[in-house]
Design a protein around this ligand. Structure first.
Ligand SMILES: Nc1nc2c(ncn2[C@@H]2O[C@H](COP(=O)(O)OP(=O)(O)OP(=O)(O)O)[C@@H](O)[C@H]2O)c(=O)[nH]1
Ligand SMILES: [Mg+2]
Length: 606
């Protein structure tokens, strides 16, 4: 049975056409009719469609009769193809690594107008480490700007796969897609599992459904699972039932059984989201005594890179936020959080994210999927402080920054950055590296036009805006990836922000002393624009310890907002005042000053 299954994912740098290729595969295999489809079909979330990026992994099962281009034996044989579309943005790389563990092959796609990019290399490395068979393909060959031959040569060099085996496709026109399907069948090995062994399956994704409870996406490794069987999450030791099982087509399509090698879903009926963990192994409850032998390796959850506090707009919403975060995390295990209390914002959570895009997606999904608007404090990377008493601590928010009287020294994390760019852009990129406190290490020519630049940089500089700088320095052609190196000493200080003489903790930042003045000025100027006028003048100050280093003042408001209505229409005036009141409720009050949530974001951007 497993002989006729092929499990693979599509990996690539962001925007190289993975989801569009998935569309063509779904179409070519007749999984869905053209009229049932829309562009980037697997980007099911509104947010994905609006931003044009994939955020979540998405599996889809297809059936396909092989043409047998490679061998007569395969001709006309029906195959089950399980495809997983993955995100390309580095902030969602945990989705990629989880997908890799559920399949035997990876289609490595490279946009012929962009060539090999940083995440092409990073994802290829992950796929090779996972022991997958790589099926490389050049995409967007329909575009006039495509360098098909050059890209093909570069991929061959990178993967060690002969040039003629690197496929050429257009995910837009469908050219080469049938050949790609044949190559997947020929080259990707069938899954190894045995249907006669005890059942075990890897949980590679999950979400909460109001009716079905916890629903998990699984890759069956051995044995088979039927509907209405007693199951056990082996790692967490939690009992459940396979209330509904099925395949993803890409929508859930219920089935009576799932066999070794297959990918599908199980609705468990579990209500407690903390009990279902991505990376856990599901087995039959009756096999619980053999649990130790059956458990699969699971995943290493990536370390968060950026930290920020998330607070509800009002204290009453805290419970909802707590519940929402628990459910949200089921679907995004890369989010980490713990409860914290702030004097200005009340009860909330300190969260760890994989990057700033991840942070913004979490904030947006909480709003859309759970109807909760949150205030996010200024994001920060982790720092290490050495105290006078000899202790060393890792701090993740400015609130934790120790008082100067007990502080011995401070350190920050450095990373090794790899930038891939056109040779012509080196002149713009090297100064960018020094402007971000980086040290250029090496420039290696991958081909005549393409270079790999390596540099050491503080993590803080990389996460904040190195990506944007790189895009403008290279007209969008350069990309970067990074790995953590070590901790290095930096003279860091806590920059406090005072509004109307009161310190606003969520706006505090940890910055190198030499940048304090510049940052301080920048923030007070931004806040001046973002905080509405009040009936009195509001001073905004940036300070280190007790010393003010930058200051702006918001002048007092001159007239009532309803003034322009000339008193005439009373109901209208009332309405306006009502509206104004509502608007106010959402703001955090600092002393007598209202700070709108946008102000926190304004302080953030460079
Ligand atoms: N001309 C042309 N455009 C393509 C082709 N493949 C994809 N595109 C376009 O490239 C853009 C990005 O395509 P996606 O399929 O969303 O790329 P992706 O790799 O899934 O992106 P992420 O999932 O966010 O990493 C879209 O505007 C597609 O229409 C192709 O073969 N030819
Ligand atoms: Mg995509």
């Amino acid at each position: 049975m497993t002989q006729k299954i092929r499990n693979f994912c599509i990996i690539a740098h962001i925007d190289h056409g993975k989801s569009t290729l998935a569309d063509r595969l779904i179409e070519t295999t007749g999984t869905l009719e053209k009229r049932e489809m829309q562009e980037q079909m697997l980007d099911g979330m509104d947010l994905e469609r609006e931003r044009g990026i994939t955020i979540k992994l998405t599996p889809v099962r297809m059936e396909y009769k092989a043409k047998g281009a490679g061998s007569k034996e395969q001709e006309g044989e029906p195959y089950i193809l399980n495809l997983i579309d993955t995100p390309g943005h580095v902030d969602f790389s945990y989705e990629v690594s989880r997908s890799l563990a559920a399949v035997e092959g990876a289609v490595l796609l490279v946009d012929a107008t962009q060539g090999i990019q940083a995440q092409t290399m990073a994802n290829l490395t992950f796929a090779l480490e996972a022991g997958l068979t790589i099926v490389p393909a050049v995409n967007k060959i329909d575009l006039p700007a495509a360098d098909v031959a050059g890209t093909r040569r570069d991929i061959a060099k990178l993967t060690g796969i002969p040039e003629e085996e690197v496929l050429l496709v257009s995910a837009k026109t469908g050219a080469g897609v049938s050949e790609l399907l044949e190559a997947i069948i020929q080259r990707v090995p069938p899954p190894k599992g045995d249907e006669n062994n005890p059942f075990r399956a890897l949980v590679f994704d999950s979400f909460f459904d109001a009716y079905k409870g916890v629903v998990t996406y699984i890759r069956v490794v051995d044995g088979k699972l039927k509907k209405n069987e007693e199951i056990l999450f082996a790692g967490e030791n939690v009992r459940g039932e396979s209330l509904e099982i099925g395949i993803l087509h890409p929508l859930e399509l219920s089935r009576d059984e799932l066999h070794a090698g297959e990918i599908g879903y199980v609705a468990t009926g579990l209500r407690d989201v903390a009990q279902a963990r991505v990376g856990d192994t599901i087995i039959h409850f009756k096999d619980r005594d053999e649990k130790a032998d059956l458990v699969l390796p699971g995943y290493t959850v990536p370390q968060p890179k950026v930290f920020a506090g998330i607070y509800p707009h009002s204290g009453e919403e805290f419970r909802f936020l707590r519940d929402a975060l628990a459910k949200y995390r089921l679907n995004d295990a890369s989010l980490q959080y713990e409860q914290e209390t702030s004097t200005a914002l009340g009860q909330g959570f300190r969260c760890g994210f994989l990057g700033l895009l991840h942070l913004s997606i979490v904030q947006e999904r909480l709003k859309r999927e759970y109807n909760i608007e949150v205030t996010v404090t200024v994001p920060s990377v982790a720092y290490r402080v050495k105290l006078r008493n000899g202790k060393t601590e890792v701090i993740r928010t400015p609130t934790e920054f120790p008082d100067p009287s007990v502080l011995e020294s401070t350190e920050e994390q450095w990373v090794l950055v790899e930038i891939i760019s056109r040779a012509a852009d080196i002149g713009g990129i090297l100064p960018l590296i020094s402007a971000h406190a980086g040290i250029h290490r090496n420039t290696e020519y991958l081909s005549a036009e393409r270079v790999l630049i390596t540099a050491e940089m503080p993590l803080r500089e990389v996460v904040v805006d190195m990506h944007d700088g790189l895009k403008s320095a290279s007209a969008g052609y350069a990309s970067l990836s990074y790995d953590v190196l070590n901790w290095r000493p930096t003279d860091l200080i806590k920059l406090s922000i005072l509004v109307a003489e009161e310190s606003v903790e969520p706006l505090a930042m940890i910055v190198p002393r030499e940048q304090a003045l510049r940052e301080g000025r920048r923030i007070v100027e931004r806040l001046k624009k973002a905080i509405p006028r009040h009936l009195f003048a509001v001073p905004i100050q940036a300070a280190i310890g007790g010393k003010v280093i930058a200051r702006e003042t918001i002048p007092a408001m001159r007239k009532d907002v309803t003034g322009y209505l000339y008193g005439g229409d009373v109901t209208r005036k009332k309405k306006l005042l009502e509206k104004q009141k509502k608007g106010k409720k959402k703001m955090a009050k600092v002393g007598s000053v209202d700070i709108p949530p946008e102000a926190y974001l304004a302080a953030l951007g460079k």
